[in-house]
Ligand binder design. Structure first.
Ligand SMILES: [Ca+2]
Ligand SMILES: [Ca+2]
Length: 605
């Protein structure tokens, strides 16, 4: 009893000390050294990454050609978007799969994939691909067979009679009425009548994307077969698309309107309580994880496969995707908290809320993850301005857990407000994306200066900023350290990582419009009087090795608007003069030698 009281007192004392001035205190539950636990998952949008055969469209061989790009950036895991055979209908192109076992000729062949995996393995890179289990294309052979009610395919999809089925069957001029009021995400009924089968089929997305009936055991097995097929080809896991839409309530009740709403064809006017995040979705998370773990054992794989899920669901639901004490679920239920923050005066508060929401709700031993950009949303540079790119890079890459980076993010490709535009590699024609005169989407005309090659040469570029942050993630502190955040004003946001017997790192950002003087010792307890700059954004005017006082005397941090510095209590050697400066010195010494020779030769002659 006495020991218990002492323990309680110690715990209270410990938490009081630890949280006295920090907004979030997050302690990594245990050193987590799985290959995925602090990885960067880099999303490659294959159409726009690199074209190898000059048809203007990116392809698998193109990705293979650019693998050293990832090695240079310190990225270990690629998530390559869908490359399966597909009619590529409309803007959702590629997410309407016609053949789940085939690569679309636009992207290449099975041999190209084999070469990609081989070259990735050589570089210790891992490949994650999309799994699209909710629906197929209406051109998929399975759907065609389902229409004809052929064998096991008969109930592969969600087929239902019309509400007025008897009348329709007896009189072909009568319009069939859908079984209920459910809507497609793109507006209008999510039911489309099939004249041949004389039934409605359900589609959460477009009518060209019919939903599978996930309650059918044959379908469940089919999905597992698809997973195994690609894992056999060297894929180390999946990003599971549209996860919350896997199941619909079996008795098809109408969905209710939101208060004061009545537009029966507008998706956002209803609560989708019977078509999203049904309890069976969580079961799928557990079953598929178990299947993937079992695969690792069966095939004697040295590393486990990674399961990530895409759902814009409430945090409490996403936390259930992680699984429970008995059974694990997804390694990464994508955390979209930072994707949805808006540009306004409360940005610091919004970032803080997004971080807190995830970490406070995280189950024990689960690893957090952070997404900010993807193919469906505008880039941060478009939304918040180009100067904020290193600020978000520093914050995101300094947070514990897994980072998800969207292609082009490290150079802050500002692609005409369109996040799918081709990657800008260099200043050659079409930014080095393709030699074809026309690429599938136009390349941003700013590519002559905004490209990977140019940024690589500039030590203060966004590319090199990202690279240095990614190198920092290899330290014990960033891998396993604690996190504290300080939300002190509307413009200043501070994030600290620390680990016993290791150096600490402090990210300080200024989202405001004026230069701010920050006395860090007023904010952070037990801080040394002087810290070193590990990294500063170009506009911060701080360079690695600069000293900063954390007290009011000396040289306290003066942070320019829209800038960021990363500070540490470890000694950082000041950077040697830049190439330009040493070039000058070299040039002037050459001049002096020349003058000397000239003078001496005049003297003697
Ligand atoms: Ca191509
Ligand atoms: Ca579904």
């Amino acid at each position: 009893m006495k020991t218990f009281s002492v323990c309680c007192l110690l715990m209270i004392a410990y938490y009081t000390c630890a949280t006295v001035n920090a907004d979030v205190y997050f302690r990594d539950p245990k050193p987590n050294n799985e290959w995925w636990s602090s990885t960067i998952l880099y999303q490659v949008y294959p159409r726009s990454f690199k074209d190898s055969n000059n048809d203007g469209i990116g392809d698998l061989k193109g990705i293979t050609q650019k693998l050293d790009h990832f090695v240079d950036l310190g990225i270990e895991t690629l998530w390559v978007g869908p490359f399966f055979k597909s009619p590529m209908y409309d803007i959702d192109m590629g997410y309407d799969v016609e053949d789940f076992y085939m690569i679309d000729p636009i992207f290449g062949t099975m041999d190209d994939l084999e070469e990609l995996v081989f070259e990735m393995n050589k570089r210790n890179l891992k490949l994650i691909i999309d799994l699209i289990p909710n629906h197929s294309s209406s051109k998929c052979e399975w759907f065609e067979k389902s229409i004809k009610q052929e064998g096991k395919y008969k109930d592969y999809y969600v087929w239902r009679n019309a509400s007025n089925q008897d009348e329709v069957l007896s009189n072909s001029s009568i319009t069939p009425i859908p079984p209920n009021n459910w809507l497609s995400l793109f507006g209008g009924p999510s039911w489309t009548w099939n004249k041949q089968r004389k039934q409605f089929y359900y589609h959460e997305f477009r009518k060209q994307q019919p939903d599978f009936d996930m309650r059918n055991p044959e379908v469940k097995q089919q999905i597992l077969d698809v997973m195994e097929f690609w894992m056999d080809r060297g894929v180390t896991g999946f990003r599971i698309d549209a996860f919350k839409y896997l199941y619909e309530n079996i008795s098809l009740p109408d969905e209710p309107f939101k208060p004061g709403r009545s537009n029966a064809s507008e998706y956002t006017e209803m609560y989708h309580i019977y078509t999203t995040d049904q309890p069976e979705v969580i079961d799928s998370a557990l079953e598929w994880r178990a299947f993937m773990d079992d695969y690792t054992k069966r095939k004697n794989k040295t590393i486990s496969s990674l399961m990530s899920t895409e759902s814009y669901s409430p945090v409490n639901v996403l936390m259930q995707y992680y699984g429970n004490f008995m059974n694990s679920g997804a390694h990464i239920p994508f955390n979209m908290g930072l994707v949805i923050i808006k540009k306004d005066d409360h940005i610091v508060e919004s970032i803080d809320t997004a971080i807190k929401d995830w970490l406070y709700n995280l189950p024990e031993n689960a690893v957090p993850n952070w997404v900010m950009e993807n193919h469906d949303n505008p880039r941060a540079s478009t939304k918040f301005g180009a100067l904020t790119v290193p600020m978000f890079t520093a914050l995101k890459l300094a947070l514990p857990g897994i980072d998800v980076t969207y292609f082009g993010g490290p150079i802050a490709g500002r692609a005409r407000d369109y996040q799918r535009c081709p990657m800008q590699w260099d200043n050659s024609i079409n930014a080095g994306f393709t030699e074809e005169k026309k690429s599938w989407l136009p390349v941003n005309p700013n590519y002559y200066k905004l490209n990977v090659e140019t940024q690589k040469k500039n030590p203060t570029s966004n590319y090199n900023f990202y690279k240095k942050m990614s190198q920092l993630r290899k330290t014990g502190t960033l891998k396993n350290g604690d996190l504290q955040t300080y939300n002190i004003t509307k413009s200043i946001y501070i994030l600290k990582r620390s680990l016993l017997e290791h150096e600490s790192y402090i990210v300080v950002t200024n989202f405001g419009s004026e230069t701010e003087t920050i006395i860090l010792s007023n904010v952070i307890r037990d801080i040394k009087d002087e810290l070193f700059v590990y990294l500063g954004s170009e506009n911060s005017e701080y360079s690695p090795g600069n000293k900063v006082s954390t007290i009011s005397t000396g040289y306290p941090l003066q942070l320019r608007p829209q800038s960021v510095v990363v500070l540490t209590d470890k000694y950082i050697e000041p950077e040697s003069p830049s190439n330009g400066a040493s070039g000058c010195i070299e040039l002037s010494s050459k001049c002096i030698s020349f003058i000397c020779v000239f003078v001496l030769s005049r003297w003697f002659l």
